[in-house]
Ligand binder design. Structure first.
Ligand code: FES
Ligand SMILES: [Fe+2]
Length: 361
């Protein structure tokens, strides 16, 4: 059902982008077990059938409304605790013990996938688009560990722009060089921002490590569905990969999970080096998170006065506003034609005004 909501997607607590969202860690769901999960305001029961497949269904049994996570997994089906109706992996009712034949009822099922140690749910209609991946590692077999799970008092979109807020790298994180991003659309649902500067010649630290790398230090961020960000960071010979996978919880706040990733390495090298690299990656990830923890508790995001350094953030806002969106809680599709009309936000206009002004000077 189309809604008449005319709001843009960015930093909006009542709607979100159709896409893949993490639900829970794979290893938290053993074969034959079922968990209650609330995802983007909708209650689900997610279980692992005896084939190993993960099945996500709407939580409430169409008979009396019992939560199916109280039920029992049988094969790849789920049996409701209350009166024992059974639903197969397509959500179709296949057994009602008190009746000779099941009734023609079913529950909604949602597509799932497992990647980087997480169970992901496709929240949307039709065929799913691509699962989030680190662009350099699209077809690479990886090792990974799950880092911290966290709650933040602001919207996922706002938290994610921290990684491309070039200006604050200097003011908050004391980075001794200037970062300048170039953006590129990876596909319709993913946009990358990559650093293109070397800089830092007046820093002794940068001069010290410069012989170790030929090109600029790689720093790139890839945003998926406005909610998952993959960071690629490091000199040519060693890249660190950190995934910040976020989802919006009640009140437009954020629940997130960091995932640390490194390519699989063969034999002893992999066995010995990869755990150390993942540990190091986690330290790098923590460094990122450190320093601005408090500001995300209190921020009321409103980019009223953008400068040139905020250009990437405006591009990200525009990207998010062009994505197909769904309503929080119901997962109903919003009418996306209204989103298209929002290509120029107030902030963008303000920046254009400012550029005109700078030009005159
Ligand atoms: S509520 Fe599920 S079978 Fe009755
Ligand atoms: Fe930061």
């Amino acid at each position: 059902m189309a809604s008449t909501n005319l709001q843009s997607n960015f930093n909006n607590p009542t709607q979100f982008i159709e896409g893949w969202y993490w639900a829970l860690p794979s290893k938290k769901l053993k074969i034959g077990k079922v968990k209650a999960v609330t995802l983007l305001g909708r209650n689900l029961a997610i279980y692992r059938g005896f084939s190993g497949e993960v099945i996500a269904v709407d939580a409430y049994c169409p008979h009396f409304g019992a939560h199916l996570a109280e039920g029992k997994v049988e094969g790849d089906s789920i049996r409701c605790f209350f009166h024992n109706w059974k639903y197969d992996q397509r959500g179709i009712c296949v057994d009602i013990p008190s009746l000779e034949k099941p009734l023609p009822v079913c529950i909604n099922t949602w597509k799932t996938a497992e990647k980087y140690g997480m169970i992901w749910v496709w929240v949307g209609e039709g065929k799913p688009n691509s699962l989030p991946f680190v662009p350099e590692l699209e077809d690479v077999d990886c090792d990974y560990i799950l880092g911290t799970r966290f709650i933040k008092n602001c919207h996922p979109n706002v938290l994610l722009i921290n990684a491309i807020d070039a200006h604050h790298f200097n003011t908050v994180h004391n980075l001794p060089l200037e970062i300048v991003f170039t953006s590129q659309n990876l596909n319709p649902n993913a946009i990358t921002f990559s650093n293109i500067t070397r800089g830092g010649d007046d820093s002794w630290f940068i001069r010290l490590i410069r012989p170790l790398y030929r090109n600029e230090v790689t720093y790139s961020m890839c945003y998926w569905y406005g909610s998952t960000g993959t960071v690629t960071l490091g000199p040519d010979f060693l890249h660190f990969y950190i995934i910040f996978s976020l989802q919006m919880i009640e009140g437009g706040k954020t629940e997130g999970q960091t995932i640390l990733v490194t390519p699989k390495r063969p034999g002893f090298l992999g066995w010995f080096v990869n755990p150390i690299l993942l540990w190091l990656t986690q330290r790098v990830g923590n460094y990122f998170a450190k320093g601005d923890t408090q500001v995300f508790q209190t921020i009321q995001f409103n980019l009223q006065t953008p400068t040139k350094a905020d250009q990437s953030i405006l591009q990200f806002i525009q990207h998010v506003n062009h994505q197909k969106s769904l309503t929080w809680g119901t997962w109903e599709t919003l009418n996306d034609s209204n989103i298209k009309n929002l290509s120029k936000s107030n902030s963008e206009l303000t920046l254009m005004e400012q550029e005109k002004h700078e030009f005159k000077i």
